[in-house]
Design a protein around this ligand. Structure first.
Ligand code: UD1
Length: 429
């Protein structure tokens, strides 16, 4: 199993190209099931979650075409992926495939909308508390689906097709909003989605669906209206830049000090996180080419942050912020409101010398003068990258085990960091 070895202490200087967003690429790929035409996606990140989802889609009959290397293409430039679901041959997504990645459950919506039936294993994915799918199934029910749970599978049917309906989510859910959108675009009549997720990835999915011929208004606000159409066509769409990757590297630079341009990043997609960095004493400059992060000399100030749905501070940056705050001058308070049990990085950060106290959904992080390298274990996708942030500022060597978690969500991490001066390498085996 691969490991990542980091020797801390180097400042980061230079530029880091930001990849396409994993959390946008996945629903966009799934949306290809809605049409028998080709959907071509540009700027798709090279990640294990993308390859896993490709496998799941091909089991439904989706043809996948990836063009060869082009001039100027490097390991960090995104790939183009053409997906064509001309004939859906199987409406079942089996446990062996779905259990590796929670988002693959979302295939349930386009399969149901186009084929009138789907049988999808209840999901696995990151070990961050119970992550139910009750809201997703409720949304499908509101559009006329009949639902049964049997032997670990959700079996949904709508033999006469879906019909528009009124969906009110009791809690903001990204996956629920994606699912409702993908079901509603082919339903007969009008659907209203209330308390919809406003995340940029939802806006990106709605933009691609619109290119495919869907009639959607209000994406990016809490109320989305969809007027169903009989058929969708193919389209070409470029995946939005990854705001979580952007925030992660911003925190890495804040941790080590230095000056790095995050190329292609969109500040408006992570304003809450950038504001927190500014409160901590980091310079954030919005430039034409991206977002520049600078910290020279001064120590970090502690912060008080609560995770919230977009446009609030994202839960997917909570672990990284904690990694950063381990070196602040004072005590930070970080409250996690989206997922229970999303503090597994605390134990591992403690191995580097971090001092974190947990009280229910709140972590109190007492900044320390120094961290010291140690062997640590990645526990989930975002937790593992918080260890990278800690390690970049720790004295000596840190070896991160189980990096397959990192490979799910961070493209060419070691290349991007080492180009900016970090001592980081992947050790195979
Ligand atoms: C997506 C993101 C994930 C991010 C999360 C919150 C992808 C691939 N993943 O996950 O990285 O951390 O949004 O921003 O885009 N809930 C229910 N019942 C449901 C659905 C959700 O109770 O049927 C709860 C969840 O347990 C959680 C909250 O709603 O407490 C929000 O979850 P949700 O937004 O649905 O997360 P995901 O879409 O799974």
């Amino acid at each position: 199993m691969d490991r990542i070895r980091i020797v801390g202490g180097n400042r980061l200087n230079g530029s880091i190209p930001i990849s396409g967003a994993k959390n946008a690429a996945l629903p966009l790929m799934i949306a290809s099931l809605l049409t028998d035409d080709t959907v071509t996606l540009d700027n798709v990140p090279r990640l294990s979650d993308v390859s896993n989802l490709s496998r799941i889609l091909s089991n439904h009959g989706v043809d996948r075409n990836v063009p060869g290397k082009r001039l100027g293409q490097t390991v960090e430039t995104g790939q183009t992926l053409s997906l064509c679901a001309r004939t859906i041959v199987d409406t079942c997504a089996p446990y062996e495939l779905v259990s590796t990645m929670r988002a693959s459950f979302w295939v349930i919506a386009p399969l149901l909308a186009r084929m009138g039936e789907a049988k999808v294993s209840l999901p696995g994915g990151c070990a961050i508390g119970t992550r139910p799918v009750d809201f997703l199934l409720m949304a499908l029910e509101k559009l006329g689906a009949t639902i049964r749970i049997e032997a670990g599978y959700a079996i949904v049917t709508a033999p006469k097709g879906l019909v528009g309906g009124h969906i009110v989510f009791p809690k903001v859910t990204v996956g629920g909003t994606h699912t409702a959108l993908m079901a509603a675009v082919l339903a007969r009549g009008v659907t209203t989605i209330e308390n919809a997720a406003r995340e940029p990835e939802v806006v990106d999915l709605a933009a691609c669906l619109t290119k495919m011929g869907a009639k959607i208004t209000g994406a990016g606000s809490s109320t989305i209206h969809v007027e169903g159409v009989a058929r969708l066509n193919g389209a070409r769409h470029s995946v939005v830049p990854d705001r979580i990757e952007t925030g992660t590297y911003a925190m890495a630079v804040a941790m080590t000090g230095g000056d790095v341009l995050l190329e292609g990043a969109r500040a408006s997609d992570l304003q809450a996180a950038l504001t927190v960095l500014e409160q901590a004493g980091v310079d954030v400059v919005n430039e034409n080419e991206g977002v520049r992060i600078r910290r020279n000399g001064h120590g970090l100030m502690p912060v008080d942050v609560t995770t919230e749905p977009f446009p609030g501070f994202p839960t997917d940056l909570q672990a990284q912020l904690m990694g950063l705050m381990t070196r602040a001058h004072g005590t930070s308070r970080i409250r996690e409101t989206i997922f229970e049990n999303r503090f597994m990085h605390v134990q591992e950060l403690a191995r580097l010398g971090a001092r974190v106290r947990l009280d229910g959904d709140t972590a109190y992080v007492d900044g320390v003068d120094k961290l010291t390298g140690a062997p640590v274990m990645a526990t989930d996708l975002r937790a593992s990258v918080s260890l990278v942030i800690g390690a970049l500022a720790a004295d000596g060597e840190t070896v991160i085990n189980r990096v397959y978690h990192l490979d799910r969500g961070f493209e060419a991490l070691e290349t991007k960091l080492s180009r900016c001066g970090a001592e980081v390498e992947r050790v195979s085996g």
